[in-house]
Write a protein that binds this ligand. Sequence first.
Ligand SMILES: [Zn+2]
Length: 186
Amino acid sequence: MITDSPAPAKTHESLCHHDWQQAGVRINCDYLLDDWLGPVSFLSRCCHCGQYAMLRLIDWSVPQTTRRIYLLQALPREATSVYLRNMNSCYCDLARKQQETQALLSTASGPQHLLLLHLPALLIERTMALPAGEKPRPGPWQTHLPDAANLHWFNLLDAPKPDAPEHSARTGGAPTHKNDSQNIPQ
Ligand SMILES: [Zn+2]
């Protein structure tokens, strides 16, 4: 259920305990910022409480790139609403849109999370708080994606980086069972 009542004023957004912190849950892509064979950066809104978050690609599986690790950061509700209203208005100034996006990113605060998602369903395989001291590289995703042999982010999430050819999908956290597929929403 989405509640439209205004959130109490806070200096930092805390991350709600709904969609983004539960393996096996599908999340929404509410606004796509960048795409390469699937979302690279996007805004997601929790379908339970309406909280917004920004997700940015920091690594992907090889070779299919359909299992992707994103850095998630909670966004303030009001600033995100204003941003979405501006993005959906009809001006076509790309530089202005980039400025608006940077302005929104600068409002992100509070805890950061790592999510391993299956595309195209955006199904959470793994989710964890970003460990202290870990810092994804800034800059355009094309330049900060680790090499295929670099397992750092996948190891942190205790997940294999190479795609297993016999599995089109794996469920997060669960040991392999014959009936695993029934846990995957279609
Ligand atoms: Zn929520």
